[in-house]
Design a protein. Structure first.
Lengths: 233, 249
């Protein structure tokens, strides 16, 4: 990969990191639980590594700094909205500083299993101020490509139930009190999340991928699109 | 940034700010004791004390995992937790809330660490401004001496070692504190700090603090309606006091 360096940040960026030092490629896959995200990413990593491209992965709630505490806080459902939002931002910033930035500096490919968009969409659905979120996530580098795996909420229900036989409290947006019934709440929450993503698409230029199809068909499309991003230099 | 009074909260928030060793914690503690004795509904909150976030913060500090960005965000998380779970409900219930450090500590420290001022301020923009902010300004040497007197072991981030100012923690601490002081001074006017001369003796300062607070806040509005429940051993005293109060009334 020829190293055409430079990534821009959405906002202020982070102290002591020069955008022109950031080479590599940052590729984001977004999508709800059950959209096939993890399967797609595993396939993509294998494909990239076999083709000889160094690849690292990041995702939500995976930081050394706060992932444990965040998990604990979520289990107890004790955190208020702004607190939870800042906690997730800390988790993101830790991976940004310790994994994403060094990897990009080294010219690696970074595959992000969700990025700031999921975090923003969750908060927007919960009524948080968009301007506040944009400032907060101004630390994020602008990816080279963002794929949003779009699956109809009804199909998401089927996939989640066949996998876990239950619907996750947070993925059903139960904290929002839209419905006491987890099934209804899930459908309402996932539609709201989809609308939030679609509204963001204009600003952030997502590539919306129809993930109602088979995993193979989706993967083929992703590979084709990623190849063109990687080979662009 | 609107104050709690301007935002129609029934309660009031008083914050103290200043360098380590400026004596601000002593002053706010004495203020708390006085307000409690006056029968005022009062709550004290300290910087960096949220139970939930604490373990992550101390892990980050011990293992020196923090960057300026994560340092800033983890403290913002801590503040938000205390703000949303304690400060807001208490201020809505008409309490006087005393804060040993408030958002200005982040504004001063994080910017010294290189975070953009607008970014830091934006992150804290959910918080109202204190109704009174007392800034304890001691000569830099005085504050430094108070902290460094016993040659304590300075912690990595406390000494600002992450900034690479000096390899000597004491030297680094001095430069770091000097820069934080500059940041405080630069925002003093914008945020209506009342500057307290922290070089004068503790008792005199406390007289001024109490005077300031009673001028700024109509304290009798914040009295408890019913007395606090006392442990049985003291309950007798309470009855005697109440009887006297009834007589006076």
């Amino acid at each position: 990969m020829s190293a055409k360096k430079s990534h821009k940040f959405y906002g202020h960026g982070i102290p002591r990191v020069k955008p022109e030092d950031l080479g590599g490629k940052l590729i984001v896959v977004e999508g709800a639980d059950g959209s096939g995200r993890s399967t797609q990413i595993a396939e993509l990593v294998a494909w990239l590594e076999i083709s000889g491209r160094p690849t690292v992965q990041v995702g939500l709630k995976r930081s050394t700094l706060v992932s444990e505490e965040l998990e604990k806080a979520q289990d107890g459902n004790v955190l208020s909205r702004t607190t939870l939002s800042l906690f997730y931002a800390t988790d993101f910033a830790d991976q940004l500083s310790n994994i994403i930035i060094p990897a990009l500096k080294a010219g690696f490919i970074v595959l992000a299993d969700r990025y700031i968009y999921t975090l923003m969409a969750r908060d927007l659905v919960r009524g948080m101020d968009e301007k506040w979120l944009k400032n907060l996530y101004g630390i994020a580098p602008i990816p080279d490509a963002v794929f949003y795996l779009s699956v109809e909420p009804e199909e998401l229900v089927q996939r989640n139930l066949s996998k876990n036989a239950t619907l996750d409290y947070w993925e059903s947006g139960m904290d929002l009190g839209m419905s006491r019934d987890v099934f209804d709440s899930f459908l309402k929450y996932q539609s709201a999340m989809q609308s939030a993503f679609k509204a963001m698409q204009k600003t952030y230029g997502f590539d919306i991928v129809d993930a109602n199809r088979s995993a193979n068909a989706v993967n083929k499309e992703l590979r084709k699109k990623i190849s063109s991003v990687i080979d662009a230099d | 940034m609107k104050t709690f009074a301007e935002s129609n909260f029934p309660g009031r928030l008083i914050a103290v700010e200043g360098l380590d060793g400026s004596g601000k914690s002593t002053q706010i503690y004495l203020l708390k004791r006085w307000l409690e004795a006056e029968g005022i509904k009062v709550y004290f909150s300290e910087w960096n004390s949220s139970e939930l976030v604490k373990s992550a913060t101390s892990k980050g500090k011990k293992r020196e995992l923090l960057t300026p960005t994560t340092f800033s965000l983890i403290h913002a998380t801590d503040f938000a937790d205390r703000y949303e779970r304690h400060l807001v409900p208490l201020l809505r219930a008409g309490y006087i809330v005393l804060c040993d450090r408030y958002v200005f500590t982040a504004f001063a420290r994080d910017v010294t660490r290189g975070c953009p001022a607008e970014w830091v301020r934006g992150n804290y923009s959910f918080a109202c401004a204190p109704d009174l902010t007392m800034f304890f300004k001691a000569d830099l040497d005085v504050s430094l001496n108070r902290i460094l007197e016993g040659r304590p072991k300075l912690k990595f981030f406390e000494a600002g070692m992450d900034l690479g100012l000096s390899k000597d923690p004491y030297e680094s601490f001095k430069i770091f504190q000097g820069r934080i002081l500059e940041q405080y001074m630069a925002m003093s006017k914008e945020f209506n700090f009342v500057t307290m001369d922290a070089n004068v003796n503790v008792e005199k300062q406390q007289v001024i603090v109490r005077k300031l607070v009673s001028e700024k806040i109509d304290l009798k509005k914040f009295k408890r309606r019913s007395p606090l429940p006392l442990p049985p051993s003291l309950a007798g005293d309470r009855e005697a006091i109440e009887a006297e109060e009834d007589k006076a009334a």
